[in-house]
Ligand binder design. Structure first.
Ligand code: PMV
Length: 323
């Protein structure tokens, strides 16, 4: 019976969230906190999942019923990833999947997409399928779409390719950006964002006021394009300003929150070049860019208003086979 262990990084959206769902570019970075998945073949015709971080212990499902019925939240992405892979390659046989994470599933670092990518890579190794990153993207994206119905796939691309990437959905453009160390600070609001409902709310706004929303998205696209150039030049002060503008547009779109705004204002008053929410909004994390000598003061300011600073390094390696 074969076994494979794979890890993949979490992510942070730097610029372009929401607009990327509607064809505009975004910039995402993979972070040095990883999901880790071990897949073992079994002699039963079932999928068994252990994911203690999300309270899944010995969840078991016959292979031919994958994706149907009530699936617990903590198991749903893994189950759909296995189903998408099995459907693509007409696989048979049981597997035991164990999932663990270096970060909480509550902070919005993309645990679902990273674990989906790990499962696809581990199954590919077990079934001796040589799949290119593009193909891995297609299978993992299918798994994620089967669960959440929408999304740009930026988080899957970050988990597969790693680094910092300029991205256009659905992986039409995946352009790695290289530059000097990014002076990034991350503050968690303590509130879990509900990406699916925010996506639905924004879709309704797009239906009701397409001109306004498209204007916002075009402006965000321009910011993302400018930021790409400024990042490569290492002009982090300017990228910070562009993040501020991006935050203004996200606020207009209605996806910011009181807590996010409080953390953002605190970071800026303490000397950040710029700050914005990261991801769908409503909660999860804010990010800030700042000169090194202001970092400590900004972190204290974020904590003083009830945020939790999370230390991460951006630009981490993409999916990798561990054993
Ligand atoms: O909430 P997160 O971290 O999964 O980010 C969502 C970002 C969106 O642009 C709103 C959706 C997407 O799939 O691109």
């Amino acid at each position: 019976m074969k076994t494979s262990t794979v890890s993949a990084p979490g992510k942070l959206m730097l610029l372009g969230e929401h607009a990327v769902v509607y064809g505009r570019p975004c910039i995402v970075t993979a972070i040095d906190q990883r999901m880790r998945v071990t897949v073992e073949q079994t002699d039963k015709n079932t999928l068994v999942i252990d994911a203690p971080d999300v309270h899944i212990f010995g969840y078991e499902k016959p292979i031919d019923t994958l994706g149907s019925g009530d699936i617990p939240r903590g198991a749903i992405f893994v189950e759909h990833a296995v189903q998408a892979f099995y459907a693509k390659f007409s696989c048979t046989g049981g597997v035991h999947v164990s999932v663990s994470s270096e970060f909480s599933s509550q902070v919005g670092f993309g645990s679902s997409s990273a674990s989906t990518v790990c499962v696809v890579q581990a199954l590919a190794q077990i079934h001796q399928k040589k799949i290119l990153p593009k193909q891995m993207f297609t299978i993992a994206f299918q798994g994620v779409l089967n669960v959440q119905g929408g999304g740009s796939g930026f988080d899957i691309a970050a988990a597969i390719y790693g680094g910092t990437i300029y991205y256009v959905a659905n992986a039409k453009i995946v352009e790695p950006l290289s530059f000097s160390t990014m002076p990034l600070i991350v503050g968690y609001t303590g509130i879990k964002a509900d990406t699916s409902s925010l996506l639905r709310e924004v879709a309704e706004k797009m239906k009701a006021q397409p001109e306004k929303v498209n204007r916002i998205y075009d402006a965000i696209a321009k910011l993302a394009n400018d930021a790409k150039i400024k990042m490569i030049e290492g002009d982090w002060e300017r990228v910070g300003k562009l993040m501020d503008f991006n935050q203004d547009y996200l606020r207009d779109l209605g996806v910011s929150s009181q807590k996010l705004e409080t953390l953002i204002v605190a970071a800026k008053q303490a000397g950040a070049w710029g700050a914005k929410l990261s991801g769908a909004g409503g909660g999860d994390c804010m990010i800030a860019l700042a000169p090194d000598d202001k970092k400590k003061a900004i972190e204290s300011a974020i904590e003083a208003v009830g945020g939790q600073v999370i230390h991460i390094a951006p630009g981490a390696q993409g999916v990798r086979i561990e054993a």
